[in-house]
Design a protein around this ligand. Sequence first.
Ligand SMILES: Nc1ncnc2c1ncn2[C@@H]1O[C@H](COP(=O)(O)OP(=O)(O)OP(=O)(O)O)[C@@H](O)[C@H]1O
Length: 272
Amino acid sequence: MTPVPDTAPAARLAGATLSFGDRRIFDGLDLTVEPGEFLAVLGPNGSGKTTLLRTLLGLQHLDAGTVTVGGRPPGRAASRTGYIPQQRPFAPYTPLRARDLVGLGLDGTRLGPRVRRREHTRRVDELLERVGATGYADAPVGALSGGEQQRLRVAQALATDPDLLLCDEPLLSLDLKHQQAVSALIDRRRTEHGTAVVFVTHEINPVLEHVDRVLYLVGGRFRLGTPAEVLRTDVLSQMYGTRVEVIQTGGRLVVVGLPDATTHHHHHDEEN
Ligand SMILES: Nc1ncnc2c1ncn2[C@@H]1O[C@H](COP(=O)(O)OP(=O)(O)OP(=O)(O)O)[C@@H](O)[C@H]1O
């Protein structure tokens, strides 16, 4: 493999441009995510948040521009990229125990297929413990609560020992307590290992304390900066092309007046 300098950014997009039909998703998007950085990706339904993650996974090609992960083309660096896909609850009778699910994250990583059974078990136990899931290690996943399932998905994503952790709305449908617990787990990986986090979310407040920068996508346009620079009445009004207001209340940011037209969403075949 080509040697890559230690200073390579965790992820970089340069001049990224992409349309689906006449729908512009990215137009000259420049983004550099540094090791240890927490980037929140915000924007209305259909603005390209999941597409951005798919681009970083090497699953979505750009019309123009370049993308690298750890200084290399994405996909090839896949073993060092952790991915928490958008949450779908497991069916009640899914024939997997919690520890099997986490173990799936280990298969095909740098440990290789020949990791001895005992070492595999040890790693799974360690991952379960790290996310506080030891108590239900042998429970069938379908019987677990949404918050418990989500901890397992975090453990599975950490099994790859990632330098870059891509999270697609990992707090969706969790109550406040579990939202805080899961975001703290993800943030701990970042602070302890310098893992960069790209965190797609509709709700900034549960992660606001961890966020370094925000990427806000609307209709092919983007703004990148600290929460204080981007989550402002004037900036968002300009992006949406209509008056929206950002209100600060009790340490929370609330955006009011978002136009309905921007929240329509089309599901597409490849989403699964
Ligand atoms: N492979 C594809 N082919 C055609 N259209 C696509 C494809 N992938 C995504 N799209 C469309 O691109 C737009 C952006 O989709 P994406 O899933 O990235 O949005 P999102 O911001 O993650 O939305 P949400 O918040 O609803 O999850 C949507 O209109 C979607 O239907």
